[in-house]
Design a protein around this ligand. Sequence first.
Ligand code: HEM
Length: 171
Amino acid sequence: MSEFIWLIIRWIHVIAAVIWVGGNLTLAMVIVPYFRQNLPPVQRINILTQIGKRFEPIVWGCVVVLLFTGIANIFQSIDFSSTGESAVISTFMRTLFIKLVLFIALVILTALHSFVYGPKLASAIESLDETLDELPDEIKPIRKKMSIVSSLMGVISILILLVAVALRMGL
Ligand code: HEM
């Protein structure tokens, strides 16, 4: 395939990575802390649920794009016909494996966040007064789970970038 097509595939891969990972980190580092400081909890969760719903189709689109362009990148990065460089190929495969494990972990956490804990938390606060200063005790465990899942998503997002750079550097 021409170099230009490979360039476009890699470009799309990086765009999807930036949107997904960058979006996760912007939410975790800017938007959530801002709301935490400035809004009461029920109102904050309501707004974050709306933002999450907006972001969701973009995220799943990025997941699909990353998978397909990632598979294409594998074919571009490795010359499977050469046997002389098997050490290089096995290092590449090891790092790629780590990247895929992190990718799958991030997909699972994103699904838990979007389809399990997020909707549970949203329905638990549905009938509550938006001006409440503190969440009722029975809602705290599900909120705690949401914040653990979100933190893990932030950490894994950063780690995937580290592994992507390692892959690029042949480490
Ligand atoms: C959140 C998920 C992902 C992120 C953040 C990510 C990020 C990146 C970045 C930043 C690059 C470097 C582009 C370059 O310098 O050429 C890259 C390259 C690459 N990615 Fe991903 N990627 C993700 C998912 C995947 C998946 C799911 C696969 C495999 C199915 C994959 C396979 C590859 C390969 C093979 C390369 C080229 C490595 C090389 O030859 O240097 N990526 N990725």
